[in-house]
Design a binder for this molecule. Structure first.
Ligand SMILES: Cc1ncc(COP(=O)(O)O)c(C=O)c1O
Length: 434
């Protein structure tokens, strides 16, 4: 497949026709980045229904670490579909569930016995991690951090930081406490303030879990200092609180480690997974210390479609691909290219204040001027639109919508990556000169 090729105006005639159906029948609250409709995807390239080709650096909001429709996944899924599509593991169990659980456990840090439960969405994984923590500790409190994103169900929406649009008149769940995380530009808070802030905010004997994204996704790829994660581990152990790493976005390879939390050398009690783990099939998971699963009554957690056999068959192939194609090394290699290009852009464009992330999980932050930390969502939004016009899909991020984060499939070629980064570079130039 070629990379960017724009043959018609965008959206083209076929996309516009589909858009009419959408406008009439699809919930108007849904908002799409692309104005066109996809016909096919391969690796990091999308072809739309009018034959235009785009590079996709959003990977379906981070769900395509292994790219669009890799052959081994497609073959495994076809075979699985022909055998059986669904049973519900709690009605009639099947091997792909157990096999994928085994493969994930073998990758999970921590010198203790681990187990896995599969669910459907990232939010459902986070909800269940909280339920496991509450059930096992018989406590209610959940500690989360500023700029966090944990999902959009009632509990996870409460755990998510950003109010608009996520919390619009939707009410809240109880027993969720938000703490700041260290940010050298915005607060003087040091990692060692964590225990004091926790004690100021909640009665620790009532706290079930501290939930943290090792690298924040929607929050803009913020990377906490080593001592902060170590401090969370120390304090959670001290007070019998579970350390839950939400790896729905950072998990499986993007940072050059299988789990992002491995970059800190810390083993959480539970890890939540989602997005990329089944190449785009709706599958999520909680993996963690067996003793916490053992603390719950049988049947107390679960989900009809959680761990669907087709999704598990895809999930098995994803891990095989990561291993066989050495995608962790690839994430580091891609990250080096991205960093170098971002550094060059930062030198050219004063509007880029900061570059951050680990491995291929890299982001740039737009700020109105380099002395002040005033976010520049306007420039950021225009750069995303200008890039789109020129064939590149980019994901925005940040509490203030002033960050561009790269969620490229790790199977992207260097040529495609550089082509996309050229588009981004030119887009920043065009927007900042205008
Ligand atoms: C870190 C994190 N947790 C949870 C979620 C929620 O996942 P889902 O949208 O699949 O419910 C997301 C989604 O972006 C996420 O990035």
């Amino acid at each position: 497949m070629e990379n960017i090729v724009i043959k018609t105006e965008v959206p083209g005639p076929k996309s516009r026709e589909i858009a009419q159906k959408r406008e009439k029948y699809v919930a108007s609250t849904l908002d799409s980045l692309a104005p066109f409709y996809i016909a096919k995807g391969e690796g990091a390239v999308i072809e739309d229904v009018d034959g235009n080709k785009f590079l996709d650096f959003t990977g379906g909001w981070g769900c395509l670490v292994v790219g669009y429709s890799p052959k081994t996944v497609v073959d495994a899924v076809k075979e699985q579909v022909e055998n059986y599509i669904h049973t519900d593991f709690t009605a009639t169990p099947y091997e792909p569930y157990a096999e994928l659980a085994k493969m994930i456990v073998e990758k999970t840090p921590g010198n203790f016995e681990k187990q896995v439960i599969f669910l459907n969405s990232g939010a459902e994984a986070v909800e269940n991690a909280v339920k496991i923590a509450r059930g096992a500790t018989r406590r209610k409190g959940v500690i989360v951090f500023d700029k966090a994103f944990h999902g959009r169900t009632l509990l996870t929406m409460t755990m998510t930081h950003r109010a608009m649009p996520y919390k619009y008149n939707f009410g809240t769940a109880s027993d969720v406490y938000r703490l700041p995380s260290p940010n050298p530009h915005r607060n003087k808070y040091t990692p060692h303030d964590f225990e004091r802030l926790l004690l100021d905010t909640a009665y620790p004997e009532d706290v079930a879990a501290v939930v943290i994204e090792p690298v924040q996704g929607e929050g803009g790829f913020n990377v906490p200092p080593q001592e902060f994660i170590e401090e969370i581990r120390r304090v959670t152990e001290k007070y019998g609180i579970l350390f839950v790493a939400d790896e729905v976005q950072s998990g499986y390879g993007r940072t050059g480690k299988f789990f992002a939390i491995e970059n800190w050398g810390v083993a959480p009690d539970l890890i939540t997974l989602g997005k990329s783990i089944a190449a785009g099939f709706p599958l999520s998971a909680v993996v963690g210390n067996k003793k916490y699963f053992d603390a719950l009554p049988k049947g107390s957690i679960g989900s009809t479609f959680g761990g669907n056999p087709v999704a598990c068959a895809a999930g098995i192939e994803v891990i095989k691909m990561i291993d066989e194609q050495k995608l962790l090394d690839r994430a580091i290699q891609l990250g080096k290219i991205i960093r170098k290009r971002f550094d060059e852009m930062q030198k050219k464009y004063p509007v880029i204040k900061e570059i951050r992330g680990i491995g291929a999980m890299c982001a740039i932050e737009f700020i109105k001027d380099r002395e002040k930390w005033e976010p520049d969502p306007d420039t950021c939004g225009k750069v995303i639109q200008e890039s789109l016009k020129n064939g590149l899909l980019l994901a925005g991020a940040g509490l203030h919508k002033n960050i561009i984060r790269l969620l490229v499939p790790l199977v992207i070629t260097e040529e495609q990556l550089n082509e996309g980064l050229d588009v981004l570079d030119r887009a920043i130039e065009t927007v900042t000169k205008a």
